[in-house]
Design a protein around this ligand. Structure first.
Ligand code: 2AM
Length: 401
């Protein structure tokens, strides 16, 4: 296919933001991204994959199933045919050879996709699933003449069913670019260290479940930290959560997918259950914010739209990360009722306040900006998102990219 033909097949307006939008291109370059092309043979995946590779040529590696001679087919189990591709993919990740990895394959098979999601989780890559928008992408009679594997009409029809449906993630959200993520982890680390050493904090330890009632290590207490720091917009549970299909269809969500957004963090908070960062959403960001996000968490209250927006930094053991948004709404409710918290002085140059029941909030002296990519978290159905733990907790993933 010529490049003129390729651009006719993918009109500019339908190209993903990671090809079109300068801010997104710059943010993707600062992130670790696994891009999975998905679609029937002949639908235009390869052109799109090459265009992405070209755009990010200094930091990208393209793996194409075609080059490994993997014929698109419905298989009872994925096996030997992917061994070499997987070996090369793993080696590329282990050696940090590329921060943007593109895999061009039909990706019709859930089991195969789950292997790639595992890889992304293991090496902390944000996943972006890209599907070509060509008009014939699901038209098997046209694809029969276009696919170079010479697949028959019947073979194409067998591959089509899973590719017709939207693939919903566990959740949609804004995923922090690597450098900003490392930076926020460091700030959070300092915050927890300094708060734990604050005299006033040591006086109010009753609410925390710790053995020593005079001092505690908040870094150990919140050792469970998300694999990639993110701000969840919509929890979909792979389509099982109410409203997830409608959410995925929203124009702002479809257009925003793979786009960069800069989030503004205004405060950090700690409760006996979670540590998190409060995010103040802009008007543009509110367009991808579900209209019932606050009601879902606090059905009896009327809370400002976007007030649940947060980044979970850590959870106490046995606490689910969904709790951080609920904890943040508890602060918002108190503030709405006119309770500003008791001023306990300064930390990291900002005002630290105590709100009873072990709830602490640090208002940052300046809003902290973090660059993110709007995408989904994908994993194995029925399995919750992985966490990091261990001695270094929050900092265990910081690395130079
Ligand atoms: P979080 O955004 O507060 O961290 C995977 O579990 C991710 O989805 C977590 O990051 C988590 O919360 C979010 N999540 C889990 N269950 C949820 C729910 N019922 N509603 C909203 N978000 C949820």
């Amino acid at each position: 296919m010529t490049s003129a033909q390729a651009s006719k097949d993918h009109p500019e307006g339908q190209k993903p933001p990671l090809l079109m939008d300068d801010h997104t291109v710059a943010t993707v370059r600062e992130s670790k991204i696994l891009i999975l092309l998905r679609g029937l043979p002949g639908s235009g995946k390869t052109e799109l994959a090459k265009e992405v590779e070209q755009k990010y040529k200094d930091s990208a590696r393209l793996f194409s199933a075609d080059q490994y001679n993997i014929r698109p087919a419905v298989r009872s189990s994925t096996g030997g045919e992917y061994a070499k591709l997987d070996e090369d993919l793993n080696s590329c990740c282990e050696r940090h050879e590329a921060s943007i990895i593109i895999v061009d394959d039909t990706h019709h098979d859930r089991e195969r996709l789950e292997e790639l999601f595992d890889l992304a989780n293991k090496f902390q890559f944000t996943v972006i699933v890209l599907e070509p928008k060509t008009p014939w992408r699901l038209d098997c009679s046209q694809l029969k003449d276009k696919n170079h594997w010479k697949l028959s009409l019947e073979e194409l029809k067998n591959l089509r069913p899973t590719l017709e449906k939207d693939m919903l993630p566990l959740y949609f959200g804004w995923f922090l670019a690597k450098r900003d993520e490392d930076n926020l982890r460091k700030t959070a680390h300092e915050f927890l260290e300094q708060l734990g050493n604050l005299k006033a904090f040591k006086k109010h330890l009753q609410a925390f479940s710790c053995e020593d009632k005079h001092k505690m290590d908040l870094l150990k207490y919140f050792a469970k930290t998300p694999n990639i720091l993110h701000c969840t917009t919509k929890f979909c549970d792979y389509g099982k959560a109410p409203g997830s299909e409608e959410y995925a269809q929203l124009e702002a969500v479809r257009k925003g997918y793979s786009k960069a957004f800069t989030l503004h963090i205004s405060a950090l908070f700690v409760t006996p259950r979670t540590a998190g960062a409060q995010v103040e959403l802009t008007q543009e960001q509110l367009h991808v914010w579900p209209s019932d996000a606050e009601k879902e968490a606090m059905p009896k209250d009327v809370l400002p739209r976007g007030s649940r927006a947060h980044i979970t930094l850590g959870c106490a053991s046995d606490v689910q990360d969904v709790q951080a948004g609920i904890d943040l709404l508890e602060f918002v409710k108190l503030q709405q009722a006119g309770r500003e918290g008791e001023n306990m002085g300064e930390l990291l140059g900002g005002k630290i306040s105590y709100y009873d029941s072990g709830m602490w909030m640090l208002v940052l002296p300046r809003k902290k900006e973090v660059k993110t990519i709007f995408s989904g978290y994908y994993g194995k159905s029925g399995v919750t998102a992985p966490h990091l733990g261990g001695k270094k907790g929050l900092l265990s993933q910081c690395q130079i990219v």
